[in-house]
Design a protein around this ligand. Structure first.
Ligand code: FES
Length: 653
């Protein structure tokens, strides 16, 4: 026979090929997803495949050990220098010599699936806007005069079928020495955003570039800036890190920052500078953590609320301080990172900012929608991204509504007497015995409860430093269940609650959660003021959710997803006892982790998802809480714990 049957797994794609066809060529012709950076030159090792031998009854063929050519010198060299798993071959070197079944292992697929843990368990398909391509460029010729850049463009077209290529001056200025140093072989980092008509060369290296290609997914919150550093080749999250948003010194919440900008000429510029500096230093820190060069970061995706969005871009946010809350721009935005002074990254790094929904519902909410896909849900799902400003989505495949609600920073441990951000030493879990009224708790950094033997030892380094967001939510909910706090949120006296842990404080009472004074540690109370702060925050959250339910015309939801960096740590039971979220069966309340951050990661790793979310956002109907009188009404009723009028049947069950 002159040709042979080639079957690829797991895709099942098959075809007949002339003997001697390289496996990579066969894969390309069949549209099999087999990676290659060097274009089949035996340099990158991305094309590794695993041939199978023996009977394949499933396919009705027998594969003998001579179905592929023997090892060639390129593969030998590759294996001895870098090593390869047993049985693996380089797809660009091994040639088809007989019927064969060839497995493409996950790491050799271009569109790798990145498994992500979430309530909804959807994977990310790798297809980033920036990729590395190795090319061989023809040498200049006296008789056929053309520029070196033109020959690079030609090589990209011929070897990678890439059309319309541009390069900035800083690339053009380095092109000639790089081409000569690499002996006319170079690697380019090529970028094409979802709206770009052109490919843009972001970086060039002589020869085959061994270094990596990285991106940052940044959730720019009013209180915290959280970033994931991702490998753009396989989607791996190499490090995750966060810093406080330094704009806090200009105002705790969004509105106070808008008023800072209104009252102080140049205030917006100051806040813009502060946040950009913080992003630069976060990028440097996270790169160091992952032991990579921050200059190898070529892409950044931002998700943020509209005020953060404007301040990041250097747009005065004053219009967001008053109705009709007009955004300077609500669509997505692609721009060079240099325009945002992100000098820690590669100088050619590109930024993509997800679209805002409207008014105070921002790109962070869009990112939550991208991650959790309420628009595909059969069930009526309520998604609450708990933050200083809560983003709330309600809907299903027919219709999605969104609003934001100013919950304030109490859920993040701010404005709480012993509050702190989630860090080792912070109380994160609380239980109160309803008979004795005695508490036990757990702190971040240890799995032990405070009454477990060994707890003191386990928490020796961190100490017990304060109480974080999830801790205060549990503390208040437990106090309510133990009868220390009544439905109006009032802490009873020692006689009323029959516990010496209720101590007078002015005209009110506080509950003593932990007394570390004997060891020089802090005394941690939950004060009446703390409870009021939590009541305000939770009423705002509930009222926002309730408003969307009114608009949708539903009284109950099928599923509640708690999202947000610490939303994930909130226990569904305690959230419901508190009346933060509407009543639902407890096992229908799920945690999605930092969904906004995940949405940013998806947009970073998959260019097409940017088109998707832009279209989804276009169809999301936005409800403005600030001017809606029913919001006030819901807010007042939601002040009680769990609620003044709305029933919580699941809770009582
Ligand atoms: Fe690069 Fe085979 S394609 S080594």
């Amino acid at each position: 026979t002159e040709d042979a049957l080639v079957i690829f797994t797991p895709s099942g794609k098959r075809g007949r090929f002339a003997l001697g066809t390289p496996v990579l060529t066969a894969a390309r012709q069949l549209g099999v997803d087999l990676d290659s950076v060097c274009g089949g030159r035996g340099i990158c090792s991305k094309c590794q495949i695993q041939p199978g031998y023996g009977e394949f009854s499933k396919f009705g063929i027998h594969v003998d050990s001579e179905a592929l050519t023997d090892w060639n010198a390129v593969e030998e060299r590759y294996k001895s220098k870098r090593g390869m798993l047993d049985g693996r071959r380089l797809g660009c070197q091994a040639k088809v010599m007989g019927d064969v079944v060839i497995d493409v292992p996950p790491e050799s697929q271009v569109h790798k699936q990145v498994i992500r843990k979430s309530a909804t368990q959807r994977d990310i398909v790798m297809d980033p806007a920036t990729r590395l391509l190795f090319i061989e460029v023809t040498e200049p010729d006296m008789h056929e005069p053309s520029g070196d850049f033109e020959r690079v463009v030609l090589a990209l077209r011929e070897q990678w079928q890439v059309e319309a290529v541009e390069a900035d001056l800083h690339i053009l200025r380095r092109l000639q020495p790089v081409l000569r140093k690499g002996a006319w072989k170079i690697t380019v980092a090529l970028h094409k955003g979802n709206h770009d008509p052109h490919h843009r060369i972001l970086e060039i290296w002589p020869g085959f570039h061994e270094g990596g290609l990285y991106g940052l997914a940044i959730d720019l919150g009013s209180t915290t800036i959280a970033a994931h550093l991702c490998d753009l080749r396989d989607g791996a999250v190499l490090a995750s890190s966060g810093v406080m948003n330094p704009q806090i010194r200009f105002g705790e919440d969004l509105m106070s920052r808008v008023s800072y900008a209104m009252m102080n000429p140049g205030g917006d510029v100051e806040m813009t500078r502060a946040v950009r500096e913080a992003i630069n230093s976060l990028a440097a820190t996270i790169a160091q953590e992952a032991q990579i060069d921050p200059k190898a970061i070529f892409e950044v995706v931002f998700v943020c609320n509209p005020v953060m969005h404007h301040l990041l871009l250097g747009i005065d946010p004053v219009e967001l301080g008053q109705a009709p809350f007009a955004l300077a721009l609500s669509g997505s935005l692609s721009l060079p990172a240099a325009e945002l002074d992100l000098s820690a990254l590669n100088r050619a790094a590109q930024v993509y900012i997800l679209p805002c929904i409207a008014g105070h519902v921002g790109a962070d909410c869009a990112a939550v929608a991208l991650s959790e896909e309420p628009n595909k849900s059969e069930q009526m799902v309520l998604i609450v991204d708990v933050g200083t400003n809560a983003e709330i989505l309600l809907g299903n495949k027919d219709r999605v509504l969104a609003c934001s609600s100013p919950t304030g920073p109490a859920f993040e441990g701010a404005q709480i007497s012993s509050g702190q951000r989630a860090a080792p030493g912070a109380i994160e879990r609380v239980e109160i015995d309803s008979l004795t009224k005695e508490p036990r708790f757990r702190v971040i950094g240890s799995d032990l409860w405070s009454d477990d033997p060994g707890f003191a030892e386990a928490t020796k380094t961190s100490g017990i430093t304060g109480i974080c967001g999830s801790g205060i939510i549990e503390a208040v909910a437990e106090m309510r269940m133990a009868g220390i706090v009544d439905g109006s949120g009032l802490i009873g006296s020692a006689e009323q609650v029959r516990s010496v842990r209720s101590v007078p404080e002015g005209r009110t009472h506080s509950y003593l959660l932990h007394d570390g004074s004997a060891d020089g540690g802090p005394v941690i109370h939950v004060t009446q003021t703390d409870i009021r702060a939590i009541q305000l925050a939770k009423s705002a959250l509930y009222a926002g959710a309730r408003l969307l339910m009114d608009e949708m015309g539903v009284d109950t939801v099928d599923k509640v997803i708690l999202a947000g960096a610490f939303g994930a740590h909130i226990s569904p039971k305690h959230a419901m006892v508190l009346g933060m979220i509407p009543d639902a069966p407890l096992d229908h309340v799920l945690s999605a982790g930092n969904a906004a951050g995940t949405g940013a990661r998806i947009a970073l790793c998959n260019r097409a998802s940017r088109d998707t979310i832009e279209a989804v956002v276009h169809d999301i109907h936005k409800v403005e809480t600030a001017i809606e009188p029913r919001f006030q009404e819901h807010f007042v009723n939601a002040n009680a714990i769990p609620h003044a009028v709305d029933p919580f049947p699941e809770l009582s069950a």
